[in-house]
Ligand binder design. Structure first.
Ligand code: SF4
Length: 496
């Protein structure tokens, strides 16, 4: 399919919307129409007090066209001319494609990663009613998703306000996994070659923790939360896990109130010994991720564990006294069905976890799912699963507390963290809303320096692969010294 861009700069939004309707179609962007191929033409002609916008297409054997004259006076919430014209063009495209396909994407024309953030900003500036009306009429967001965005915005607001100008959270990356799941493109290493790197990796990770803690202390930064993720942190041996958690406790000021999450994602990676280490480390929250309780689906996605193993891991965790557990699920997995997803969700609820995170399957370019072109669930089925989850979790007293959308998610649908009252994971909110600095250590980790006085964000990238991390460690430590000058600059600016 050709997407023709004529005299405007709205390629990103128009292309993204086309992908929502035609997720597996190749889209070529061009500035000239080719009548032999399916095409969508989008065109803009400036007028004295506005613009004329045309969208036309020949798709699936049908043609349609619409031209609209847009006046500058139609701008909503003080939007710039270009934002107005872009919104109008994408609205026309959305309405025409909806008619053509019979599919109504529930997030309408809203393509951003953080819908709740937009809802929060608009509600604060223009009021809740105006913001929800804007979502539903101008952005074509469904009533259900508008309510979801509003609910997330309301839950996360008080937590974001806990952050102070010197707050930071710590992220620790363990990029190793027992095996690679088919939908994952994460730089996680599961082969024996990579396992040989673990001792060196753990030693350097401890050094990076020490150096990072020293930098944080020099600028008097205050630790809010700790998150050990990956990969699968519990892919490490109990001894290595202890070495890492000891280094965290030795170098950073953790109090009993500091939220401390360790992902124990893969049920085939946990043991009594590792849970002992995690308890002794003072972790307050763990994550055990079923993804599905359907063994056929687990086999299809290459998880190499059974649903029984997940249940055993959850029981083991409760026996060890963990009273703050998250469970991750995915809607839209290959060979999964709405009925089987309902079973997964009900089984999950039977464990009464404090958090449940419901993801939508994303097509990640480097994943086996994409490279081997495995068939996934349909957009409609994924949408049905999410609606079911939303209804049941709400009935069971969970509230949605954080939300984001990944690129290439089925139907541009969302990932939502649900929490029992008082159990919203603070790290997830801080990280998603970019409330304060996240100092990140380990391969593939990205430190985000957040100015407390503006929306500015500066990133320091660690080397992606464990072997690079090991080989170029000194370079990385040097880069991290930017933490000092960053804070010198922001506080000097504020002071003067
Ligand atoms: S366990 Fe998680 S990080 Fe590891 S391969 Fe599977 S999805 Fe990716």
């Amino acid at each position: 399919m050709n997407l023709v861009i004529d005299n405007h700069t709205f390629q990103y939004e128009t292309e993204k919307l086309l992908r929502v309707f035609f997720p597996s179609t190749k889209i070529a962007v061009t500035d000239a129409r080719n009548d032999e191929a399916d095409y969508v033409l989008t065109s803009l002609s400036p007028l004295e007090d506005g613009a004329e916008i045309t969208v036309s297409f020949s798709l699936l054997g049908q043609t349609a066209a619409k031209t609209l004259t847009v006046s500058r006076e139609e701008a909503v919430f003080g939007e710039r001319d270009d934002d107005l014209y872009e919104r109008r063009m994408v609205q026309i495209l959305y309405d025409l494609l909806r008619e053509l396909t019979g599919y109504t994407p529930p997030w309408g024309i809203l393509t951003g990663v953080r819908p709740a953030k937009l809802m929060l900003v608009l509600s604060n500036r223009f009021g809740e009613e105006a913001a929800t009306t804007y979502f539903q009429t101008e952005l074509r967001v469904s009533k259900e998703k508008t309510a979801l965005a509003l609910s997330v915005a309301k839950t996360e607001t008080p937590i974001t306000l806990e952050s102070t100008p010197r707050s930071f959270s710590l992220y620790v990356s363990i990029p190793f996994c027992p095996s690679r799941c088919s939908y994952c493109s994460f730089v996680s290493h599961s082969n024996d070659q990579a396992k040989k790197l673990i001792p060196r990796y753990v030693a350097l990770l401890c050094r990076e923790l020490e150096e990072t803690a020293a930098l944080a202390k020099q600028r008097d930064l205050h630790l809010e939360s700790v998150y050990i993720g990956g990969g699968t942190p519990t892919a490490l041996s109990a001894q290595d896990l202890r070495t890492v958690t000891d280094a965290i406790r030795r170098n950073f000021d953790l109090t009993p109130e500091t939220e401390f999450t360790i992902e124990a994602g893969r049920p085939d990676s946990v043991s009594d010994e590792k849970f002992d280490v995690i308890r002794q480390a003072g972790a307050t929250r763990i994550s055990i991720n079923p993804q599905t309780f359907n063994d056929d689906v687990l086999r299809t996605i290459g998880r190499r564990h059974t649903s029984e193993q997940t249940k055993d891991a959850l029981k083991m965790a409760r026996r060890h006294g963990f009273d703050y557990i998250n469970m991750d699920l995915i809607a839209g997995l290959p060979s999964d069905t709405p009925a089987s997803f309902r079973h997964t969700l009900e089984t999950t609820l039977s464990f009464d976890p404090e958090n449940i995170t419901v993801h939508t399957l994303a097509h990640k370019r480097a994943s086996t799912l994409v490279t081997k072109q495995l068939e996934t669930g349909s957009v409609e089925a994924a949408g049905e699963m999410l609606s079911y989850a939303m209804r049941r979790l709400t009935e069971e007293g969970y509230v949605p507390y954080y939300m984001y959308r990944q690129s290439n998610c089925l139907g541009n649908l969302e990932n939502v963290g649900w929490a029992k009252k008082g159990y919203a994971c603070r790290y997830n909110i801080f990280m998603m809303e970019e409330t304060h600095t996240v100092l990140a250590v380990g391969a593939g980790a990205v430190t985000k320096l957040r100015s407390p006085f503006s929306v500015d964000l500066e990133r320091i990238y660690n080397h992606k692969y464990p072997y690079e991390y090991i080989d170029r460690f000194d370079e990385l430590i040097e880069r991290k010294r930017r933490i000092l000058t960053f804070y010198d600059e922001v506080f000097a600016q504020e002071g003067g």
